[in-house]
Design a protein around this ligand. Structure first.
Ligand code: MFK
Length: 193
């Protein structure tokens, strides 16, 4: 099987346009949910991914592979790397478009093994929009922003109503958020667009 990529985005798209209230380049983004495995500070063994807005529809995220993230001895589990990219790509969609969206499809190419202790520098980019479909891609470099590329990913996010989360979320977790709204970071969505 070759690494030849299909055209991306796979359908005709409009160029992305950041929301007028999207955070400016250079902004450090807060966790979006304290219990999120990707970014939450209440998940002891989570990824604790941190993100900053870049120029031109990009967001740069960083996460450090810990012992809790191993698949083979001393090496990151591929599924956890995919999780980091899901988070980095979702953060890019949510913060730049300020609309709720969920992952519909996520593809990853693992190019190099990633040892425990590595910090992955993930640069994600909005690629195009077709109706509710948002195409976004990223690459992750080892330790520095010009380090060797270890992982590439691309994804389709689908814009949804907030009712998606209300209708499908576990009631006790929704209740916990209602009682302690600080569990959510700055809402990355336009609630009344
Ligand atoms: C600041 C915020 C930071 C947030 C970071 C969070 C990062 C983590 C994000 C996640 O992990 S979200 C959790 C994982 N994802 C899910 O749980 C989604 C589960 N799937 C669904 O809920 C529904 O399938 C979905 C909302 C994605 C779509 O259902 P809908 O009934 O709303 O829409 P529909 O099925 O008509 O699909 C809409 C369009 O997307 C297309 N589509 C959907 N899934 C697709 C797929 N897998 N592949 C290709 N196309 C797909 C579909 O063909 C269609 O295209 P057209 O508009 O052209 O007709």
């Amino acid at each position: 099987m070759s690494r030849t990529q299909q055209p991306w985005p796979p359908v005709d798209t409009e160029p992305p346009k950041a929301h007028p209230d999207a955070p400016a380049p250079g902004t450090d983004l807060p966790q979006h949910y304290a219990r999120c495995f990707g970014c939450g500070d209440q998940q002891e063994d989570g990824l604790h991914l941190r993100a900053q807005v870049g120029d031109g529809h990009t967001i740069r995220s960083r996460f450090t592979v810990t012992e809790a993230h191993q698949g083979a001895p001393g090496l990151a589990h591929g599924g956890l790397l995919a999780c980091a990219f899901d988070e980095a790509l979702g953060t890019t969609v949510g913060n730049l478009l300020r609309k709720p969206a969920v992952t519909g499809k996520l593809e990853t190419d693992f190019l190099r093994p990633v040892p425990v202790g590595t910090t992955l520098v993930i640069d994600a980019h909005l690629d195009g929009i077709a109706g509710r479909k948002v195409y976004v891609s990223a690459e992750g470099r080892m330790d520095t922003d010009d380090g060797p590329v270890a992982v590439r990913a691309r994804a389709l996010f689908v814009l949804v109503d907030l009712s998606h989360f209300v209708n499908h979320g576990r009631p006790e977790d929704l209740q916990a958020v209602a009682q302690d709204p600080k569990l959510l970071g700055r809402l990355p969505v336009e609630v009344n667009p």
